[in-house]
Design a protein around this ligand. Sequence first.
Ligand SMILES: [Zn+2]
Length: 440
Amino acid sequence: MNEKIDLLVSASFILPLDDKTVLKDAAVAIKDDCIVAVDKTENLCQRFSPKTHLHYENALIMPGLVNGHTHIPMTIFRGRADDLPLMEWLEKHIFPIEAKLKPEWVYWGALLGCAEMIRSGTTCFCDMYPFADEIAKAIDKAGLRAVIGEALYDFPSPNYGPTEKGLVYTENLIKKWQGHPLIQVAVEPHAVYTCSPELLKKAKELAEQYDTSFVIHLSETQSEVKQAKERFGFTPVMHLAKLGILDKRVIAAHCVWLTEEDIDTLQKHQVKVIHNPESNLKLASGIAPVPVLLKRGITVGLGTDGPASNNDLDMFWEMDTAAKVHKLNQGNPTVMSAWEVLRMATIDGAKALGLSDVGSLSPGKKADLIVVDFNQPHLMPLYDPVSHLVYVASGKDVITTIVGGKILMQDRKLLTLDMEEIYDRIKEICAQHHQILATS
Ligand SMILES: [Zn+2]
């Protein structure tokens, strides 16, 4: 008698991503939320009787992409203010409207972001934003996997109010979502330039108390480094090191402007770094020394950053940019191979988020996978799928997205989200913004 399983997904190719091996005419067997086997389709068809069998010719099954750093509710500000330096963009255009932020804006913006990610092959992400509970509710509805947290800073929050209430809000959020199969709550102070040393230290204590991640923006711009040196006498990295904050639970977004001492310190404390090349390019923040970090054995994931500074959540485009920008920067086309970049967007990205059970397709791991349609002119002929995934494919080529064994998109149709409703609510929110801008 064949073993009963929930789902069998088969295709012409599978890239499990433990190494570069591509399996031909192979399948992934899924029971509950886990992968039970990856093998030739004919072998798995003999061994299992699945409730559902999805088959794709001329397509590739691979692990879902991991977006290591974003602010998904910022979909509602997409295209609102472009072509500005980071500080001016934040202080004149983003912080003023965020001061009037409403929970329903965050919820619907997060749902729009979830829809965009499911449709572009992202199955897991790390988010930071106010009203994080609304984001968690949206993620729960969409069925994605995420590490999320409330943005903490020294000025009053539109959500929790005065600074001292931010940690209380975060602690309650951790307790509320504890044990959720897909959502993990982290402690997330915004940055060294927006958080006092006291807030940073208390945030770290809370992360330790609940054994969760500590997420922060770090050394994103030259002006941030200059300011930190003036205020604290150290670079942002060394400031955190002196406060005793750096260790392996710290996930640091950006890390663009690093000294040799900073890099030694990140390596020594096993800090995880998230590279956001498109946001760094758009805001002209700089180019993070990622090839150096990788050589030093530092775990580096890849992220889009918020959709108001990118302006999309497509991790395929992010991979393409990540592979190319360092080649130009170093005048060396051999740096940042497609394979290294693909790992940053999958298995290494998952590792950076402290998630050991996603990022590759092997028995025992969570069933987070996507199917990429190679039956298209821009993806032919096929010599090397890794090359196509990094240099040619886009999110639009993803046809099916599965998280924890649940099908979130099948043949481009979203199964957990009502797009008509989301579009209507987003249009309403956009109209409210226009009104606020007209009266302010
Ligand atoms: Zn960010």
